[in-house]
Structure formats: structure tokens, C-alpha cells
Write a protein that binds this ligand. Structure first.
Ligand code: FES
Length: 100
């Protein structure tokens, strides 16, 4: 199912925006001009990743500092070992379209 969730120009470079779509908690992250969508809560101990630090193409969990790859959600450093869920994002005529 595809859903329009935002306007692409509403999300600034380096911004992490939390939203709920179809009952799923998601973050949108803009990095290098590209928008990524991932699950909002850390797979280690459920920290809210909408308050994480963006380090180039990585998200750093605010609680125990695991790093996650923005593109595939992979946990790159411990203590987290499980990946974040990643959602397909398209920008269509200025709309951010998410596939859930
Ligand atoms: S809650 Fe994210 S690394 Fe522990």
C-alpha cells in the first residue's frame, strides 16, 4: 500500500521526522538530499530514534549509541544486532510516497 506522508520540501537536510502510518511508527530522514524511511524504535532497547544523531549515512541511537545504516537499516555497531525495518520511499511531484 502506498501513502503520501509529507511534502519533500517540508523535510530539511539532516532532519529526522517521526510519524505514524497505518499503525506503524516511522522516521523519515533526509541525508544527502535523499529521504529514507525506517522504523522509529531501536531494536536493542526501544530508544526513540527520532532523537538520534545523524552521522552522514548512519543513525546513532541516543541511548547506547548503536549505529544503523540509513539505506538498509543494518545494525553496524553493538549492542544492537537486529536491523531496523526499512520502507520504500519515492518522491512524486513533491510528495513523499511511502510503501507500507
Ligand atoms: S536502545 Fe539503542 S542501542 Fe540500546
Amino acid at each position: 500500500m502506498k501513502r503520501v506522508v509529507a511534502k519533500s520540501n517540508e523535510i530539511r537536510e539532516g532532519e529526522i521526522k517521526a510519524l505514524e502510518v497505518e499503525g506503524k511508527e516511522i522516521i523519515l530522514v533526509k541525508s544527502g538530499g535523499k529521504i529514507h524511511a525506517l522504523s522509529r524504535f531501536c531494536t536493542h532497547d526501544k530508544a526513540d530514534l527520532s532523537t538520534s544523531i545523524l552521522l552522514e549515512d548512519r543513525l546513532v541511537c541516543p541511548l547506547h549509541l548503536s549505529q544503523f545504516d540509513l539505506t538498509d537499516g543494518k545494525a553496524l555497531t553493538p549492542p544492537a544486532t537486529e536491523p531496523l525495518e526499512v520502507y520504500l520511499v519515492e518522491v512524486v511531484e513533491g510528495d513523499v510516497v511511502l510503501e507500507i
